[in-house]
Design a protein around this ligand. Structure first.
Ligand SMILES: [Zn+2]
Length: 173
């Protein structure tokens, strides 16, 4: 589940979508933003200094829970967001409202490694999925970097629900 490479990814999605760099404490936020199709670099074992350097070079938006890193990033004029929410919904809501992102599930990026996904014929990945899944679903996506296989199973509704809550600017709770 580690990231597959430290080189910055190409932006071939046909838009100038932001690139994110996420500190080691926010792994699930990284996965969620990738589920929404965003290009997210996530490094568990990078020092603050390296993160600053990567963000400066790659013009990433840095998301962090680390106050010291946040302040250093500000001094370096990096676009940075200090993430305060406790739950993933809170964090997604904060990020979507501060950065004006529309969070919708997408099948363009691998949540595990950030690699681009491509549609694949299910016969190609038959031996990687349970027989029942093979029978039930028609559309599958394969990560071009780590070979993980994805489909829109029951979890897809949960993903949509969480994102709907995160997109709601005035949650009724
Ligand atoms: Zn992958």
């Amino acid at each position: 589940m580690r990231n597959a490479g430290q080189t910055s990814r190409e932006t071939n999605l046909g838009s100038v979508s932001p690139r994110f760099l996420i500190d080691g404490m926010l792994g699930s936020l990284a996965r969620w933003l990738r589920i929404c199709g965003y290009n997210v670099e996530y490094n568990v074992d990078k020092e603050d200094e390296e993160l600053i350097e990567i963000a400066l070079k790659g013009k990433h938006i840095l998301l962090t829970r680390d106050k010291v890193l946040f302040q250093r990033a500000q001094k370096n004029e990096i676009n940075v967001c200090y993430v305060t929410g406790k739950t993933i919904t809170d964090r997604l809501r904060q990020v979507s409202s501060e950065l004006e992102l529309n969070l919708t599930p997408s099948t363009t990026r691998c949540p595990k490694c950030n690699g681009p996904l491509k549609n694949t014929d299910k016969n190609n990945i038959k031996n990687q999925i349970p027989p029942k899944t093979f029978e039930t679903f028609q559309e599958f996506w394969l990560c071009t970097v780590c070979d993980s296989v994805y489909w829109k199973g029951g979890h897809w509704d949960n993903i949509q629900n969480t994102l709907n809550q995160a997109n709601a600017k005035n949650p009724k709770v």
